[in-house]
Design a protein around this ligand. Structure first.
Ligand SMILES: Cc1cc2nc3c(=O)[nH]c(=O)nc-3n(C[C@H](O)[C@H](O)[C@H](O)COP(=O)(O)OP(=O)(O)OC[C@H]3O[C@@H](n4cnc5c(N)ncnc54)[C@H](O)[C@@H]3O)c2cc1C
Length: 488
């Protein structure tokens, strides 16, 4: 019998919701619907947990944690200790990555979801009609279907690249065991920078090849520049403005030919990682059979996450929007509500959307950057507080970076922020809450912050705004008041 609300056998009868894909978006949809008493089928063709658990956030952050420990050991003298080359086996670090992942895997497991009352089916799903999805010989019928098939790494059209069998995020955490003699990374976006720095800190000679003139292209240049300096200090070689032309596999090594304004180069390394963009997983779903519209960017959805068929929804990376686990989670919650209350449709609200690039220092971001404000023609002010003037950062020896807050011109309404700092991804949430709650820089400045903390960075950026409001006229008035008080 199904663990769901109705009495039908597993796979038989009608499900309230058939969910395709058991990554964050699919799991949250399935758990939310089952928790409210709905009958749910969940289909997964690969590992439960999707990208985040298996090949994305979790293994990458586990790797970064080991890299950080190696870095601290190597630079002990910054804290009055001795610099020592960390003594470790690369294989142990990669084992730990998988072991940390295994520690979290039970949360997303088939057993857990079955215990929640969800019918789990393993295999690739494809539409056979608007209300039916086939998994092998089983046909699942759903009043609603939720497409949560995620995205995958794209190999750019470079001659010989596919044949060279490069690593992507889908393979590197499982297949890379011994320390490679050199790692080439194609792509200087968040994934390339996070992994490049981590592997460099773990003793790998890393070269990142990036087509544009700077890394982290979506960030303001001053933000990306702090990360660039940090990567270079960790020994990462950056080839910016370099376009990969051809890749060849030579006995145990990979060679990449790159064209560059300063002259073409050919680089060799034992391993190659491609982190050069993502594409939605649509192939094999037979969306035509259901009449669902899509583009190369993903399934087309409205603000309620409805596709071109009213009873079919799409959530997470496959919609082609911002590709983050917390967005997948938000989408799923919206769809669970919308399926239950079709007359009271909720909309996606990513007006205050934080994210983080987990380099060291981290880049915690929310809302508009200064560059985006310029592009959108939004008049704005920028308030920057360098960490070099934040006492806690100075005593910790972590004073590279800054808090940068973008406000509407002449006012204190916050449009966005970047916190480039150790744990910047955590620190930015003060600004996230302020934006969500409609608080401005005056409120941040007027809030007592514990001393000495990194969190003072955002408050001191807010103080800068407050000081800017002290006009020469007001200052003259205050001086007069002080003079009068001295005479009294
Ligand atoms: C290296 C890396 C690091 C990242 N780090 C972060 C981070 O730190 N923070 C963050 O917020 N985000 C991070 N992300 C992004 C995050 O992983 C994704 O945004 C998130 O996993 C999207 O969830 P999803 O459910 O939409 O898709 P996925 O997690 O991709 O899940 C989709 C699932 O659908 C399955 N599927 C596909 N097609 C079918 C089919 N036809 N039938 C059955 N099953 C199917 C897939 O096998 C997969 O399990 C990272 C991504 C990468 C690659």
């Amino acid at each position: 019998m199904s663990g769901g609300a109705a009495g039908a056998r597993k796979g038989e009868g009608v499900y309230n919701v058939v969910v395709v894909g058991a990554g964050t978006a699919g799991l949250v949809t399935a758990a939310g619907t089952a928790g409210l008493g709905g009958r749910v089928a969940l289909v997964e063709r690969d590992r439960m947990g999707g990208d985040c658990l298996n090949t994305g956030c979790v293994p990458s952050k586990a790797l970064i944690a080991s890299a950080r420990a190696a870095h601290v050991t190597r630079h002990g003298s910054r804290w009055g200790l001795r610099d020592r080359e960390p003594d470790f086996a690369f294989e142990d670090v990669m084992d730990r990555v998988r072991e940390r992942r295994a520690a979290l895997a039970p949360n997303d497991s088939q057993e857990r979801f079955e215990a929640l009352g969800v019918d789990v089916f393993r295999g690739a799903a494809r539409f056979v009609s608007p209300h039916e999805v086939a998994v092998g010989d089983v046909r699942l019928r759903g009043a609603h279907v939720v497409i949560a098939t995620g995205s995958r790494a794209v190999l750019p059209p470079v001659e010989g690249l596919a044949e060279a069998r490069p690593y992507t995020n889908e393979t590197i955490f499982d297949e890379l065991r011994a320390r490679p003699d050199g790692l080439l990374i194609l792509g200087g976006g968040p994934i390339g920078c996070e992994l490049g720095q981590a592997f460099a800190r773990l003793g790998v000679r890393v070269t990142i090849v990036e087509m544009s003139e700077r890394i982290l292209e979506k960030e303001d240049p001053d933000v990306a520049d702090v990360v660039r300096r940090a990567l270079e200090a960790d020994g990462v070689r950056l080839i910016l403005g370099g376009k990969a032309r051809r890749v060849k596999r030579l006995a145990g090594r990979v060679q990449m030919e790159i064209s560059h304004a300063a002259g073409d180069v050919a680089l060799q390394a034992e391993a190659l990682l491609v982190a050069a963009g993502r594409a939605p997983n649509l192939e094999g779903l037979a969306l035509e059979a259901a009449g669902v519209s899509f583009t190369h960017k993903g399934v087309t959805v409205d603000r309620h996450l409805r596709t071109s068929r009213r009873h079919i929804w799409a959530v997470g990376d496959v919609t082609g929007g911002p590709q983050f686990t917390h967005v997948a989670d938000h989408h799923a919650r919206v769809v669970v509500r919308n399926i239950l209350f079709p007359r009271l449709l909720s909309s996606v609200d990513t007006s205050v959307l934080p994210w983080c690039t987990f380099t060291a220092p981290e880049v915690g971001r929310v809302g508009m950057s200064a560059g985006e404000a310029v592009k959108a023609g939004v008049e704005h002010d920028v308030w920057i507080q360098p960490l070099a003037e934040v006492d806690r950062a100075v005593v910790e020896g972590e004073s590279e970076g800054f808090a940068k807050v973008v406000t509407e011109k002449g006012g204190d309404r916050i449009l966005g922020a970047a916190v480039v700092a150790e744990r910047g991804g955590d620190l930015v949430h003060e600004v996230v809450v302020a934006m969500k709650g409609g608080l401005g820089l005056k409120d941040l400045s007027g809030t007592i912050h514990a001393y000495p903390t990194f969190a003072e960075a955002a408050r001191r950026a807010a103080d800068r705004y407050q000081k800017s409001r002290l006009t020469p006229r007001a200052r003259a008035l205050f001086s007069w008041l002080y003079r009068r008080a001295r005479r009294a």
